[in-house]
Design a protein around this ligand. Structure first.
Ligand SMILES: [Zn+2]
Length: 439
């Protein structure tokens, strides 16, 4: 954590004593410069790219071991406005822009494939919508959108989602985008490609197969399908009641089944949870708040993504307290992202002490105009948000790049922030706390 005075001083010290690399160049010489192209990931560094197309979520993680993990490839076809304009332009589909972004990063490590792809849940702004204009893939088994567009550009070695192989829970959806995704999975299966279901509690299911190096780089699966990691080994507990016993209106919808995970590299921790929500319908259905349970299973982190795009029903107070991040990232693609209530909470110093920065991957002009007293406090409101963790994980920067074209031009740099956990943080248990406290 990097928000105490002590941590600030540590950050200042870190900036003054950047390690000298084997080739004799100080790391500072390799650091990004505003107006220049984003530098390649340094050896042993960890990059987390929040790709801003204005059409849904997509995150690319370039691990210190050279591995690649993509989470989601949204391609919402909601009209603009209220959705944001497609970036860089309407010349290509959102999934094509995402695939090309990934290809630029993979080229830097001499790879042409994504090691792992996680679909957090099955909504268009996370896996790709289907409309009359959506083209067929070569062979015609499915259409090209979102994740399938990405796979056509940078083939996905191992695909992980919350529903494989039957996609039956809570009910088998027949929505066109869902049917298209399942057709894609069937085609992969027929071709002998690897698909798996995300397992709550699993350690390193999301890491590249056979990756033995960088033991201090790990990814813990926190929650999926209403199951949450217990903190004991790889076990998980169910938080949902029997779905069969619920009246139809209480059956949780797709967002609440989202996959959540914590990535750790040395002292650096990162939390992401798809579209999990904290809403209990004002206390009526307390078990629906999987978001807080996942955050408590995680414990404090340096960087957190606001679940459900920072909407009013997510990033609850207890969840924010449990994570207490220095850096929040809002993956926005609609005029309701982020909601005023959520943004007000992110800035609330009474939830946890210390400064914090909030980065949005986009902001509708009307949203900015309606609430300048909050929106003007955003650290950035346009462009890809890249978290660049130094080799070993001791510190990180946040680099914003222009999404008006594919030049990856740096527009702003924040940090370095030190990942060392503060005394306040050290006093808190890193183990999960009982989720029942808020239920
Ligand atoms: Zn979403």
């Amino acid at each position: 954590m990097a928000w105490s005075r002590r941590s600030f001083l540590l950050a200042a010290g870190a900036a003054a004593s950047l390690p000298v690399r084997a080739n004799g160049r100080a790391e500072e010489l390799l650091a990004d410069v505003v107006g220049h192209t984003l530098k390649p990931r340094p050896a042993g560094g960890l990059d987390i790219h929040h790709i801003a197309t204005g059409r849904g979520d997509s995150t690319l993680i370039s691990g210190p071991d050279g591995s690649s993990l993509m989470i989601d490839a949204g391609a919402s076809y909601t009209a603009s406005p209220p959705a944001l304009a497609l970036r860089p332009s309407t010349d290509r589909r959102p999934g094509e822009w995402i695939g090309r972004y990934a290809r630029r990063r993979l080229n830097e490590v001499g790879s042409s494939e994504l090691d792992v792809f996680l679909v957090t849940h099955q909504h268009p702004d996370h896996l790709g919508d289907v409309g009359p204009e959506t083209p067929q893939a070569p062979g015609g088994a499915y259409r090209l959108t979102g994740v399938t567009d990405v796979d056509a550009i940078v083939p996905i070695r191992r695909l992980i989602d919350r529903g494989y192989p039957d996609y039956a829970a809570p009910v088998h959806s027949t929505a066109p985008f869902q049917a298209n995704y399942e057709a894609f999975v069937r085609a992969r299966h027929a071709a002998g490609r690897a698909d798996e279901r995300f397992r709550a509690g699993a350690l390193n299911q999301l890491r590249r197969d056979g990756a033995a190096a960088f033991a201090d780089f790990s990814i813990r699966n926190l929650a999926v399908n209403g199951e949450v990691w217990t903190g004991q080994g790889e076990t998980a507990r169910a938080t949902f009641p029997s779905i069969a016993g619920l009246v139809a209106q209480d059956v949780p919808e797709e967002n609440v089944w989202s996959a959540a995970f914590r990535l750790s590299y040395g002292d650096f921790d990162y939390f992401a949870a798809g579209d999990l929500t904290s809403s209990t319908f004002d206390g009526a259905l307390p078990w629906r708040d999987v978001e807080t349970a996942a955050a408590r299973a995680s414990g404090p982190v340096e960087v957190a993504v606001t679940p459900h795009h920072g909407m009013f029903d997510a990033t609850g107070a207890d969840m924010a307290r449990a994570l207490a991040p220095r850096t929040w990232i809002v993956p926005a693609w609609h005029a309701v992202h982020p909601s005023l209530s959520t943004l007000d909470r992110l800035f609330n110093p009474r939830l946890y002490p210390g400064p914090r920065d909030v980065f949005a991957t986009g902001l509708d002009p009307a949203t900015a105009a309606a609430s300048p007293w909050l929106m003007d406090r955003l650290a950035s409101r346009a462009g890809h948000v890249v978290v660049r963790v130094a080799p070993g994980g001791q510190s990180y920067r946040v680099v914003v790049t222009d999404n008006a074209d594919e030049g990856d031009r740096v527009t702003a740099i924040f940090g370095p922030f030190v990942s060392a956990h503060s005394s306040w943080d050290a006093a808190r248990p890193r183990q999960p706390q009982p989720a029942a406290a808020s239920h």
